[in-house]
Design a protein around this ligand. Structure first.
Ligand code: AMP
Ligand code: FE
Ligand code: FE
Ligand code: ZN
Length: 286
């Protein structure tokens, strides 16, 4: 069983449509693929239909923009009810902040001598209902300012053209996933910004206090020593250790489908937790 639980479509900042993503997953020999677009479920239905055609399993996921002590932390939700009013309201709030950030980034770039209009960003975002800096990066590439997304981030988007936006508090985000009947996994906890705030002790406290289900261990942002430490930590804390490519199509190099996998055992444990969370939600609604 080849299981890749975290990928993106062009409904957020990936470059493949949900259908094409699932076709590519099947071609890559995956049996299970999790679609976890940033702050939106809008790609799930189309991906689900394609997964049935391809005969592979689709896990309905989401990657929620959260923060902990001011640092950005990404949180994966699996199996959430996609009509949960509270979760949908929070996601709408986060996406609104995403939308509102774009003109401010464009202003900063313009001040830096790289004039960019919101319409140029929107032209790149096409099918996306969740706008992100990668779409700004694509507009910068189209304008000839940078060679690729990486350069846009390194030189501008996480430097002089950086603009902060609203993100949900981590514990509140985990709680929202749980009350929506889903299981919560912290994405790439020791990659980029999250590592500064998510110490082993903090992860232990989160596991104890929030009922967090797991952490993403096998990820391209984690080198081998980091993965080893995280595997140990997960086992000590009783957290499920997942693995995934975080595939973004052509948008991110070295994140090919299936480059990291979740073990069948970890996947079974995650499914059990998803079932328990969904049943608890149903019971609360009766
Ligand atoms: P945003 O969602 O607008 O905060 O932008 C963050 C997204 O940008 C992440 O989900 C990544 O997909 C992407 N990203 C972050 N850093 C880089 C980078 N150096 N190169 C390419 N994409 C990046
Ligand atoms: Fe992304
Ligand atoms: Fe992420
Ligand atoms: Zn991701």
């Amino acid at each position: 069983m080849r299981i890749d639980l975290h990928t993106h479509s062009n409904i957020s900042d990936g470059t493949d449509s949900p259908q094409d993503l699932v076709v590519a997953a099947a071609a890559a020999g995956l049996d299970v693929i999790g679609l976890a677009d940033h702050d939106t479920f809008d790609g799930i239905d189309a991906a689900q239909r394609q997964a049935e055609i391809e005969g592979i399993e689709l896990v309905a996921g989401i990657e929620i923009s959260a923060q902990y002590q001011g640092a950005s932390v990404h949180m994966l939700g699996y199996g959430c009810a996609r009509d949960d009013a509270e979760l949908l309201a929070e996601l709408a709030r986060i996406r609104e902040a995403r939308d509102n950030r774009v003109p401010r980034i464009c202003e900063k770039l313009t001040d830096l001598g790289l004039p960019l209009a919101v319409s140029q960003v929107q032209a790149q975002a096409r099918n996306a209902t969740s706008l992100g800096r990668p779409h700004v990066a694509d507009a910068m590439i189209a304008a000839g300012y940078v060679a690729d997304r990486q350069e846009a981030f390194d030189r501008y988007l996480q430097g002089p053209a950086r603009v902060r936006r609203y993100q949900v508090e981590l514990a509140a985000g985990i709680e929202l996933v749980h009350q929506a009947g889903g299981a919560a996994v912290i994405a790439h906890p020791w990659g980029r910004s999250a590592r500064e705030v998510l110490s082993a002790a903090t992860l232990a406290a989160l596991a104890a206090e929030t009922g967090l289900e797991g952490i993403e261990v096998e990820h391209q942002d984690h080198d081998e020593p980091t993965r080893k430490q995280l595997r140990l930590l997960a086992s000590e804390l009783g957290l499920i250790a997942t693995g995934a490519s975080d595939y973004h199509g052509r948008g991110k190099k070295d994140h090919e489908l299936g480059c990291n996998l979740t073990s069948p055992l970890a996947y079974r444990q995650l499914r059990d937790r998803m079932t328990a969370r969904a049943e608890a939600r149903t019971a609360r609604q009766r």
